[in-house]
Write a protein that binds this ligand. Structure first.
Ligand SMILES: N[C@@H](CCC(=O)N[C@@H](CS)C(=O)NCC(=O)O)C(=O)O
Length: 223
């Protein structure tokens, strides 16, 4: 099976998928890097592939295009040729993974991305092609921090290294990818008072997969 991944460097959504691929293993893809910083994702050639103009996008050999990171990771988890699923083996495991993926995505990551998109730099960058999120900035920060606090309490109560046990699964990968690519522009993310989240982040940073997934390179990606 040939799959093609349209990828971009430095951006949280594409990094989530690269990190998932590196942690998951058993995958073989063609990769093409799209120059997000110069808006190549808004060129007609790319819009013909993904009319939403967002990255990443996974194109299957029958031409099907999947362009939402949770859907892309879910698909890759199912077609990988090795057996260490990052979504779950049982109905309960899969439900917990999906529950935490939704929590860290919509209540933390998307909140701080929206906070950033309401700032001057992002407004200037997106002018003319993406609606600026100027309203509700302080609420977005409040909700993200509230849920980072809840995650901190969860990690403390579980006593596990990662959100759902002793190895990182999709929610860890997603949240780490977003924090690591955005922390320089969202300075309040890694508050040292949230000690459990800080330790979790430090553990994630040490994963060999993080180094492996760090760079976005056009070519063949086999794990
Ligand atoms: N819901 C999409 C969001 C993807 C997304 O917004 N990607 C960003 C890069 S991190 C992007 O393409 N931004 C450029 C733009 O919208 O022009 C997903 O899950 O993949």
């Amino acid at each position: 099976m040939t799959m093609k991944l349209y990828d971009a460097p430095h951006a949280p959504n594409p990094f989530t998928v690269r990190l998932f691929i590196a942690e998951r293993g058993g995958l073989d893809l063609d990769v093409e890097t799209v120059d997000l910083l110069h808006l190549a994702n808004r060129d007609p050639a790319f819009l013909a592939i993904n009319p939403f103009g967002t990255l990443p996008a996974l194109v299957l050999d029958d031409g099907t295009v999947i362009s939402d990171i949770v859907a892309v990771c879910g698909y890759l988890d199912e077609v990988s040729t090795n057996c260490k699923t990052l979504i779950g083996r049982t109905a309960t495991e899969r439900a917990l993974t999906r529950m935490w993926s939704r929590r860290v995505d919509k209540d933390i990551a998307q909140r701080f991305v929206s906070w950033w998109r309401g700032g001057d730099d992002a407004i200037a960058f997106y002018r003319g092609h993406r609606v600026a999120e100027v309203g509700g900035r302080s609420e977005n920060q409040h909700i993200a921090e509230q849920n980072l606090g809840r995650l901190d309490a969860h990690l403390a109560s579980q006593g596990t290294d990662f959100i759902l046990g002793d190895r990182p699964l999709l929610p860890d990968i997603l949240l780490f990818a977003f924090i690591s690519t955005m922390k320089s522009v969202v300075p309040w993310l890694l508050d040292p008072d949230r000690t459990q989240v800080a330790e979790w982040y430090a553990r994630m940073e040490l994963r060999p997969a993080v180094k492996q997934a760090g760079r976005s390179v056009t070519g063949v990606l086999a794990t």
